[in-house]
Design a protein around this ligand. Structure first.
Ligand code: IPE
Ligand code: IPE
Ligand code: MG
Length: 236
């Protein structure tokens, strides 16, 4: 094997809708199946030794979808995060959230913050759920945060560099080593733009509700056998 287990894995959990419609089900059933799969693979991935798993659950752009679909997803998040607090606690998973507060309803935001607070001392790996998240918005918010600190004399220009900037993102989780997108789409869709600078990209046609432990192991094996140079010389 050329590479160790990646420290940070990111997944664009795509294809829930197509997975459902192909079986004559409602798109919302695909979201439910996707959430169930996330709970399962998150444990598997963190048990493999991955320290941080970032998942794209809902983009700032996803608010363009129908009221019914957005409403269903918001309820799924609210109920899921509330009911599954024990699941994450028992499995020692620390859950954090990345994204903007507005325009999430209070009940959704409160469920997110409660889960984050209750699991804050878990040390069996971090699950970073990106919800109402956009990569460009994160950069804008980061610029504003840094500008504010500079204005208040709390940071000097010398302190701002490519390493320290991670501290001012939504969560300080470091670079992504492996980025996976399910469902056959080959684009980034505004996900973790700063962190993925040198991520290895893995695209699979499998839709997210079918992306199980074995599918992840395939992606992992592919990653571990890649020639990762990050601008240096090839190891071959
Ligand atoms: C990803 O699946 C989940 C969210 C974006 C919330 P999609 O809902 O995008 O599924 P497809 O791409 O329409 O199949
Ligand atoms: C990206 O998927 C967002 C999530 C997986 C939550 P989309 O289905 O929204 O992205 P596009 O529209 O195909 O780029
Ligand atoms: Mg999609």
């Amino acid at each position: 094997m050329k590479n160790d287990i990646p420290r940070h894995v990111a997944i664009i959990m795509d294809g829930n809708g197509r997975w459902a419609t192909r079986q004559g089900k409602k798109r919302t059933e695909g979201h439910y199946a996707g959430y169930k799969m996330l709970k399962k693979i998150a444990l598997h991935i963190l048990k493999k030794g991955v320290k941080v798993l970032s998942v794209f659950a809902f983009s700032t752009e996803n608010f363009k979808r129908s009221e019914e679909e957005v409403g269903y997803l918001m309820n799924l998040f609210t109920e899921g995060f509330t009911k599954d607090t024990h699941y994450f606690l028992e499995n020692n998973v620390r859950v954090v959230f990345s994204g903007r507060r507005e325009p999430l309803k209070d009940k959704v935001y409160n469920a997110m913050m409660k889960l984050q607070e209750k699991t804050k001392n878990c040390d069996g790996g971090i699950l970073n759920i990106c919800l109402n998240y956009g990569g460009q918005s994160e950069m804008v918010d980061t610029c504003k945060k840094v500008a504010e600190l500079y204005k208040e004399d709390k940071i000097s220009l010398d302190e701002i560099n490519t390493e320290t900037l991670y501290k001012y993102l939504y969560n300080d989780l470091g670079p992504v080593d492996l980025m996976i997108r399910t469902s056959g789409e080959c684009r980034i869709s505004n996900f973790m733009l700063y962190n993925i600078a040198y991520a290895e990209l893995y695209f699979t046609s499998t839709c997210f509700p079918d992306f199980d432990n074995d599918e992840f192991d395939k992606a992992l094996l592919d990653y571990q056998n890649r020639n990762i140079t990050k601008g240096g010389n090839s190891k071959k």
